[in-house]
Ligand binder design. Structure first.
Ligand code: GLC
Length: 475
């Protein structure tokens, strides 16, 4: 696995959860899994040094040190260099402004990750690279002589909207003759490079895999995705049930299961106390957690938030960080109404308490490659109310479509009106005796990695059997 972030070390979003949990799942199946990460803020200070080497970058020689640690049979390697260690953030000091030298940083990282394999004389069967920071990995593999001739590269899109676009002059840092096949709109587009040159492309849900081939969702990359559609698969993410499990969650003071929800009720009280909401067990709590970005639909929610807070007997708890405009609007609501509480910070402890103590989880995402919180909430008996898009369609069963097996409320159009009517529906459900069955269905769903890890394994195996050889580019 080559990734720019991974739990338990570095995380800005779901990518980190998925790389961490998928690797762990492979290790549990006795596969040899190694994860290569940049070392932001010197996490690896006390880890064992593995090797050091130099990486040429346009007339400059960059010294790299590699450290390593083993956790639960997964070996993590950390690429150490000051462009990673001496910064406050991962992609930028804030989530809004990226570092100007991100191309340099992630090319240095990618070259070092491949060099590490060579220095260790370790030829992996599969290199699985994730998102735009690793988009050049498959191309660099093909330019590494014969070393990776038998290695296949899977490239996973976790979010098509983040592409890593840079001036084509940066090609010089690669120390390879510029290859126009990697340019998109006359610029370097790191995600596009991954789509063009990997042996196989995956994304994180079957519905998103279909959607990104259409102009509404393709973020300008529909042509290559359609061209390579026989080499594109959607595999829905799983959940690490050691971390997200109401019967043993290390962040919670109470535990519970689908057969005994007493702990959940106590946690609801605890949540109301922690978030300064009136303590009332008969009022449904709606939660929202997420990056405050256009993707997550907070702006649409804000259009109807006052109406909901004025007209329904409910409470809202919201946590997240991001877009200042959205933060300010949410804080305004917090000061105006006593049935909403927002914490514009992210902490694992708070996220787990919110998932467990709430009754409903609202996700009005514009698009959602997979989405994890709707799965976490079902595991915790917190009923998702979601827009029918991407992974949300694949992981929530609407109670109107399937009253017997329904696990949540799914709405078709992303409009303030649909949010209002779905929240209204949820409030009715909350009062009815059907609620128990929906909670039971949600909590009985298997969100473990077993099935999806198996699908990845099948994909890896067919690649190794020679199917889908050589990716989208010939050398
Ligand atoms: C990105 C996507 C999210 C997905 C996650 C992990 O954060 O926005 O939908 O669940 O990656 O794949």
């Amino acid at each position: 696995m080559i990734s720019s972030e991974c739990v338990p070390f570095f995380k800005t979003g779901g990518l980190a959860d998925v790389v961490g949990a998928l690797s762990l799942s492979f290790a549990q199946q006795k596969q040899n899994v190694q994860v290569i990460l940049p070392d932001y803020n010197a996490v690896s200070k006390n880890y064992k040094k593995v090797c050091s080497f130099n990486i040429p970058m346009l007339g400059c020689i960059e010294p790299i040190i590699v450290k390593s640690v083993e956790v639960n049979n997964v070996i993590f390697y950390f690429i150490c260099h000051s462009v990673f260690t001496d910064r406050l953030g991962i992609y930028g000091d804030t989530s809004v402004e990226p570092y100007a030298d991100n191309f340099y940083r992630y090319i240095l990282f990618s070259k070092a990750a491949l060099e590490l394999c060579k220095v260790q004389k370790y030829t992996p069967d599969i290199i699985h690279a994730h998102d735009w920071p690793t988009g050049f990995i498959p191309y660099l593999m093909k330019h590494s002589g014969m070393f990776f001739a038998n290695t296949r590269c899977v490239f996973t899109i976790h979010n098509l909207a983040y592409q890593g676009i840079f001036s084509k002059l940066n090609f010089l840092y690669l120390n390879i003759k510029p290859d126009v096949r990697l340019l998109k709109n006359d610029s370097i587009n790191m995600l596009y490079a991954g789509l063009v040159s990997s042996d196989y492309i995956s994304t994180v849900s079957p519905t998103y895999a279909e959607q990104i081939k259409t102009s509404d969702f393709d973020c300008g990359l529909g042509e290559i995705l359609n061209k390579r559609s026989s080499h594109l698969i959607g595999i829905v993410n799983g959940v690490d049930l050691n971390v997200w499990n109401p019967s043993k969650d290390k962040y919670l003071t109470e535990h519970y299961s689908k057969n005994d929800l007493t702990g959940k009720i106590k946690l609801k009280k605890h949540l109301q106390k922690t978030f300064n909401l009136p303590i009332a067990l008969d009022i449904p709590i709606f939660a929202m957690i997420g990056r405050l970005a256009a993707q997550k639909g907070f702006d649409i929610f804000l259009e109807c938030a006052e109406y909901l807070l004025n007209n329904y007997r409910l409470q809202f708890v919201i946590i997240g960080t991001g877009d200042k405009f959205l933060v300010d609007r949410l804080l305004e609501l917090d000061s105006k109404f006593d049935n909403i509480s927002v914490a514009m910070e992210f902490s694992d402890e708070k996220a787990h308490l919110v998932e467990a103590g709430s009754d409903f989880f609202l996700m009005p995402s514009r698009y959602e490659p997979c989405g994890l919180n709707q799965m976490y909430s079902q595991i915790y008996g917190t009923i998702p109310v979601v827009h029918k898009t991407g992974g949300l369609s694949d992981t929530v069963i609407d109670i109107s479509d399937d009253p017997k097996n329904g696990t949540g409320i799914v709405f078709n159009d992303l409009e303030p009106n649909s949010i209002v009517s779905s929240v209204g529906k949820a409030c009715e459900l909350y009062k009815s005796d059907k609620m128990k069955n929906v909670i039971k269905n949600a909590m009985s769903t298997d969100f473990s990695w077993n099935k999806s890890a198996h699908l990845y394994m099948n994909l890896y195996e067919s690649l190794l059997k020679g199917k889908y050889r050589s990716g989208g580019l010939k050398k």
